[in-house]
Design a protein around this ligand. Sequence first.
Ligand code: SF4
Ligand code: SF4
Length: 244
Amino acid sequence: MSVTAPPAPFTADPGATLSPDSYLDVAYEDKLALWEEVKADDRFPDYLYGCYECGICVAACPSARFYDFSPRKIAQAAAREDVELIFEQMNDDVWNCSQCFSCNRCPRQNSPGGLITLLREVAVRNGLGTAKEALEGYGRVVYKIMTTGTQISPDMLQPDAFPDWGPDVEKTSDNLELWRRALPPETLHTTEMSWQVSDETLIELYLIWLHSDVMDMIAEADEGLHMIILDVMEETLEDAGYEV
Ligand code: SF4
Ligand code: SF4
């Protein structure tokens, strides 16, 4: 395979230069292939139109307040097609985004959050070690969402599951039943689910996940988790008369 020489890093903005610990051991053509995969996504043209470097996205970004993270740098690197920097961001920065899309107020109509979605998906699909590491703590969340079709349930509020939620989680988890009964809305009052998803909706979700590359991405991130989720899906679908 021929190797394309990397473009010289653009250094006008000190924040956009490579950090000393960037991934220099990874071949340039491998990084380029990942970037090409990002650009080939149908959503890409709607997420990047160029960048004024105005920083409005940074001002709107909650993650930028708490981490060394900037949606502007993501958009800039993508607009300049700085393959080396994009690869570094794909491994490190993108996992600091909370996917709130406040950055969509960009005057250039960019969606840095959307770009980050694509970078994350490519990282997971290609089994990057940093992606696996970043997703390690989310197995329970992924399992819950993909088997019940609903989001985090109260019984997942356990101190060992989310250490970064702080010491107060323990107070809540110790009295979970009580809290759940005390808090509105007056629905369910269970601790195992947030709300009930109908069988019809759940089957539809399973079919979408099975027929798209979602399950392949789960397999790349965590093979064991993939097998468990697949078992649950297959059983439900077979009971409903689908051949899996
Ligand atoms: S992505 Fe948009 S909001 Fe952010 S710096 Fe570029 S032009 Fe400004
Ligand atoms: S989607 Fe990500 S980059 Fe955009 S504002 Fe939210 S946290 Fe920041």
